[in-house]
Design a protein around this ligand. Sequence first.
Ligand code: C5P
Length: 207
Amino acid sequence: MKFTVAIDGPAAAGKGTISTAVAAHFGFAHLDTGLLYRAVGRKTLLGHDAVMAAKTLAATDLQETDLRTPEVAQAASKIAVLAEVRTALVDFQRNFAARDGGAVLDGRDIGTVICSDANVKLFVTASAEVRAERRYLELREKGHDVSRETVLADVKARDERDSQREAAPLKPAEDAIMIDTSDMSIDDAVKTAIEMVQTRLKPSNRT
Ligand code: C5P
């Protein structure tokens, strides 16, 4: 069975948690596509050329332990504006989506570009302040010495770059279902997402 769930949205909106939970619930495979961009961004911080890094990206690059740092996040959003970098990463993502048994991909352009024919498209969002607070707590828990102000500024800078770029900007697909998690517990957001996927899985709703 091929069944693709596309989950897009800005940084720290809850996409990762929702995607992991949806994949686990339905037994689908999950690809966090942000990791691809982070792996390329990380390489540029080490002096590599972004396009070359994207073209030669290996599975082991996705396992580096420092991909979740704020520095790598900013580097990722800088190389993500490059059309050539994005093109180099398309096949990997589409092949993943086409696997048997169902797949959840989360990112910024899954519903609009990578899997524009996905069976379910969700756009998970929340206010910049709520997202920054979540990211701040997450980073502090991991031992990063960051301030609330810096994290909010970082989130806003990434939002701006991701949504204003020419190549595959961050925006909801026309047929995406919006989930605003600003005033929602993560459990409720996960429940909502699972219900939406469940509805589309019903044979009468399959196209
Ligand atoms: O989702 P995550 O925060 O890990 O993504 C890091 C950066 O990678 C984003 O800020 C965005 O610039 C880029 N990205 C993208 N398209 C995707 C996934 C991530 O441009 N599908």
